[in-house]
Design a protein around this ligand. Structure first.
Ligand code: SF4
Length: 226
């Protein structure tokens, strides 16, 4: 396998609001869709982000023994299906039991027209498909909107085990000096002085009593709640 690269908007290791196990999230940079209310606007452009060597990224994920899940979202991970499949193939060798959850703005039926999508699907255990629709918000901690489907594809992680604790809707992190969220924030979160605080029904990971989370440097993440 040659030196393949994957164009990432971000990579965050640590706990996830969509699972109760430790996960690495990889956000692909670039997206051909134009969902109304997209909350990852900055990940849609073909420019920006960082090109990462797939082997290096796989090694960094495999080196974290507590990590049990890879979450591919974006952006559109199937827009880089070959590189994402390569990442998954390397992880399948190094960590055969590591599960893969992938998000896509395509319907599963339409992925047959997307180059290399079948290669990536071979490694995906749970697929969340379809465009995000802001006027149909989902509250299960896995989907962004209720039109999306949670499809069991593989066997390493069961779709029924995904989902956040009821009191934890999203996590705020500081990653390399930037504030970012994981999960679905309230629509007015950008106007909050103290993101995560004051939003009805919202608790951060610390408030929810979850384990401490660490970024890639092993530093404890800042919690932006009060
Ligand atoms: S698929 Fe995701 S990143 Fe792309 S437009 Fe829709 S919500 Fe935004």
């Amino acid at each position: 396998m040659g030196a393949m690269q994957i164009h990432c908007a971000d990579v965050v290791h640590g706990l996830s609001v969509i699972s109760r196990v430790e996960a690495t999230h990889v956000w692909a940079q670039g997206c051909p869709h134009s969902c109304s209310g997209c909350c990852n606007q900055e990940y849609r452009a073909a420019t920006g982000g960082t090109l990462l060597d797939v082997r290096d990224l796989a090694g960094a994920i495999a080196a974290r023994p507590r990590t049990r899940l890879l979450v591919l979202s974006g952006g559109e991970p199937f827009g880089q299906a070959r590189a994402a499949a390569s990442l998954c193939a390397l992880l399948a060798e190094a960590r055969p039991r590591l599960g893969v959850v992938a998000y896509t703005g395509y319907a599963l039926e339409d992925l047959v027209h997307v180059p290399h999508a079948r290669e990536l699907l071979e490694y995906v255990d749970v697929l969340v498909d379809g465009p995000y629709m802001a006027d149909m918000p989902a509250d299960d901690g896995v989907r962004g909107s209720t039109n999306q489907r949670v499809i069991q594809v593989g066997a390493r992680v069961r779709a029924s085990t995904l989902g956040r604790p009821p009191e934890l809707r999203f996590e705020f992190r500081t990653v390399r000096g930037h504030l970012r969220f994981i999960g679905l924030p309230p629509q007015d979160w950008r106007s909050l002085d103290d993101p995560g605080a004051g939003a009805p029904g919202v608790k951060t990971s610390r408030e929810a009593g979850r384990d401490a989370v660490h970024d890639e440097g092993g530093r404890r993440d800042e919690d932006h709640s009060s």
